[in-house]
Design a protein around this ligand. Structure first.
Ligand code: C5P
Length: 405
């Protein structure tokens, strides 16, 4: 489908080994129907030839700020006015620094400064450079100006090291671009997302919890926010930063999560329960640390409230989406949960073996509702979050046909 038909994207390429991925990105944006013009910095041309990008985009590549032919072709001001979006991928530490400080010493940074189009950048650099305070300060400055920072991903790097700094893959970046153009489908809608594990205290230092990292829930909160929704994230303990502009209520136990959800549920349009909520908690938690005196110790547990089922049972429930993390019989168990909790949609994901969703960057989802099964396949949690958002939006408006189209 040509979902980007008529959209004008200015693709900026800076000097870094990830520039080879920009050719695939250009192709992918064109496949989606976008019109793409390319600006390369001088350093970028050391990694990939302008001819490659010219052949792929169907237009000459721009790289010289003072090129004489620009007088009758597209100069930086015209390129700046032409673009609906400026996407810089890869964005080097140097270009990020120049953008953060308003430096305009080459065609790309000058065009960026001269344009009102919103800017998206996909950083790519060595992990130590990425973590450096200077780079992080620059990223903070750009974020505060609503520049969308795509990634970077973590993993093996071309320099032989491992860590954050890899440019996202072309399909992930184009998914974000798509999302930007479809951004407002949930405008005016209130959404609550629960995420992460819960912690059920046994004593002041010990507790019952699980392997949930919160990544899927946080990615989904970000994707629903990108779709224009007014999202509140209610999260158990995780090591993650909530997505930009998404308010987060931090809780510890299932009971606290339940209280936070119920306090905020009035007027909520869509409720997505991604949290891995503990089914049981100790009947009581001791005030002092339990000493190891006895040979055996029995913990008495009591059931926690089922938050998702409670929300679905409200007199005027929001559109309810649950997750089923299963180690076996995934689809059957998910179907049972869909019926037992009386929810609108359930996303089933496997949590056993090599493909476990827990603590992983990727996940595999199958969606089940009263109409059957939709497989979203295995991909990164951020792509899945955007795909799932699209599916939620479609089903929500099928049951609440009030969207202005
Ligand atoms: O019953 P089970 O825990 O497998 O159901 C999983 C789904 O229900 C998830 O969406 C989870 O967030 C939600 N849930 C909940 N409150 C609980 C248990 C699960 O909201 N106490």
């Amino acid at each position: 489908m040509k979902e980007l038909a008529g959209k004008k994207i200015l693709l900026g390429i800076t000097g870094g080994i990830a520039a080879y991925k920009s050719a695939v990105l250009c192709r992918e944006l064109m496949r989606l129907g976008a019109e793409v013009r390319v600006i390369m910095t001088a350093a970028a041309t050391q990694f990939i030839t302008p001819l490659t990008l010219q052949a792929l985009s169907g237009h000459p590549v721009h790289s010289d700020l003072f090129a004489a032919e620009n007088e009758d072709a597209m100069g930086h001001i015209e390129l700046a006015r032409w673009a609906d979006r400026i996407l810089i991928a890869p964005a080097s530490a140097q270009t990020i620094s120049k953008l953060a400080h308003g430096e305009a010493d080459n065609l790309l940074t000058t065009t960026g400064l001269a344009s009102d189009a919103s800017l998206m950048i996909a950083p790519a650099m060595n992990n130590v450079m990425w973590r450096d305070v200077a780079t992080q300060e620059n990223i903070k400055l750009l974020r505060a100006r609503d520049v969308l920072i795509l990634g970077p991903a973590s993993g093996d790097q071309a320099c032989g090291e491992t860590g954050p700094g890899r440019m996202l893959e072309a399909d992930e970046i184009s998914e974000y671009v798509l999302q930007q153009f479809q951004a407002q489908s949930l405008k005016g809608k209130r959404v609550i997302v629960t995420a992460g594990p819960t912690w059920e205290a046994i004593d002041p230092v010990r507790g019952l919890t699980n392997h949930s990292s919160g990544k899927m829930g946080y990615a989904l909160a970000g994707a629903l926010h990108d779709a224009g929704a007014n999202v509140t994230l209610i999260s158990g303990p995780t090591a993650l930063h909530p997505p930009r502009s998404v308010p987060c209520i931090h809780i510890t136990s299932a009971q606290e999560m339940s209280d936070a959800v119920m306090e905020n549920i009035t007027g909520c349009d869509i409720f997505v329960a991604v949290a891995a909520v503990a089914d049981y908690r100790p009947v009581s938690s001791t005030e002092q640390k339990i000493k190891k005196t006895a040979e055996t110790l029995t913990l008495k547990l009591v059931r926690n409230p089922d938050i998702l089922a409670m929300v679905a049972a409200l007199e005027k429930p929001p559109f309810t989406v649950g997750f089923a993390a299963e180690t076996e019989n995934l689809i059957d168990h998910a179907k049972e949960k869909l019926a037992a909790k009386k929810i609108d949609l359930i996303a089933a994901n496997p949590v056993s073996g090599d493909n476990s969703a827990f603590n992983s960057e990727s996940n595999e989802l199958s969606l089940i509702d009263s109409n059957g099964i939709t497989h979203l396949g295995r991909c990164s949690k951020s792509i899945l979050a955007h795909k799932l958002t699209k599916e939620i939006v479609r089903r929500y408006y099928e049951t609440h046909p009030t969207k202005d189209t």
